[in-house]
Ligand binder design. Structure first.
Ligand SMILES: C[S@@+](CC[C@H](N)C(=O)[O-])C[C@H]1O[C@@H](n2cnc3c(N)ncnc32)[C@H](O)[C@@H]1O
Length: 291
């Protein structure tokens, strides 16, 4: 990572960085790019000045790699914000654990002045995150794989725990995803989780290297996916999982997000082959159901 040059245009940051990211860590720039592009619009769906500042301070040709900005990752972030805001209100001083947090600025979007935030990511991602979003009283960065459960030692579970894994689990192998979800459900008496899920066909396309965003960027291979009609199987991963909810993925910009995808989602068979956002609730109790 090159952190040599002063960035005169952005006085809040004294450095422009040129990250040397590859594979899945590079995808954190993709998500940042989309959120920052949305936040820049006069009719923005999401206010996120920090995302704009960080995106501008990173020397990276976003458009060359990722093409035109898209709203999928923005809707994903907005819907997660909504769920987290409600949870934060019900759990004053609760602990959010953001696995694979990259350069997400969600802490700043949902902070109520009490929530505690643990951002967990790989060392190369945390090295960059810490430059822009350093540790503070209630926000901590931890360089640790989500699959290395030692991150649990940094969690304070007393006011409730909420785990996000947005843009992450699809890059893991199925047995690792199952183990991770089960371990979280086992460890905390009361915990909720949110993560996105890709359909099997898209996972296979990425393995064949066919998810090419631009001539200069091919998305990394994914390994875990579920079709929408299989989401209820998540409940079998641990007896403490009491409810699996699919979040209605609505909103966004353009014909694709406003018309085509919502229409496809309603179709009986084809609607199963779309991505989804899932909210899992865990309580040590028996009356489990899927909605
Ligand atoms: C698509 S980005 C998502 C970033 C962020 N959640 C967002 O929505 O902006 C995927 C993130 O997962 C992180 N990641 C990849 N493997 C990981 C692992 N084993 N443990 C923790 N984070 C990981 C990457 O470094 C990257 O920051």
């Amino acid at each position: 990572m090159d952190i040599q040059r002063a960035n005169k245009d952005h006085p809040s940051y004294t450095l422009t960085i040129a990250p040397d990211l590859k594979g899945v860590p590079e995808t954190m720039l993709w998500a940042l790019y989309n959120r920052a592009a949305e936040a820049r619009r006069p009719d923005a769906l999401m206010a996120d000045p920090l995302a704009i500042q960080i995106a501008d301070a990173i020397e990276y040709d976003y458009a060359r790699s990722f093409g035109r900005p898209e709203s999928g990752q923005v809707i994903r972030a907005l819907l997660t914000d909504q769920i987290l805001r409600a949870w934060v209100q019900d759990h004053p001083g609760g602990q959010v654990v953001a696995l694979g947090e990259g350069l997400e600025t969600q802490f700043h979007r949902v902070d109520d002045g009490h929530v505690r935030w643990l951002a967990v990511d790989l060392p190369e991602a945390i090295a960059i995150r810490s430059l822009f979003l350093p540790d503070s009283d209630r926000h901590h960065n931890l360089a640790c794989s989500a699959l290395d459960l030692r991150w649990m030692e940094a969690v304070n579970p007393h006011q409730g725990v909420f785990v996000t894994a947005v843009g992450l689990l699809k890059y893991f192998h199925p047995q690792d995803v199952h183990r991770l979800i089960a371990a979280i459900a086992e460890r905390y008496a009361t915990v909720e989780m949110v993560f996105d899920v890709m359909p099997h066909f898209l996972v296979r396309l990425t393995q064949a290297g066919w998810y090419r965003r631009t001539p200069h960027y091919t998305a990394p291979a994914m390994y875990w996916g579920l079709n929408r009609n299989e989401l209820s199987t998540l409940q079998t991963l641990h007896p403490n999982i009491t409810e699996v909810r699919e979040i209605d993925f609505r909103g966004g910009r353009g014909v694709r997000y406003r018309i085509i995808l919502p229409l496809l989602r309603r179709l009986p068979w084809i609607g199963n082959f779309l991505f989804s956002l899932v909210h899992i609730l865990c309580r040590p109790c028996k009356d489990n159901h899927f909605s």
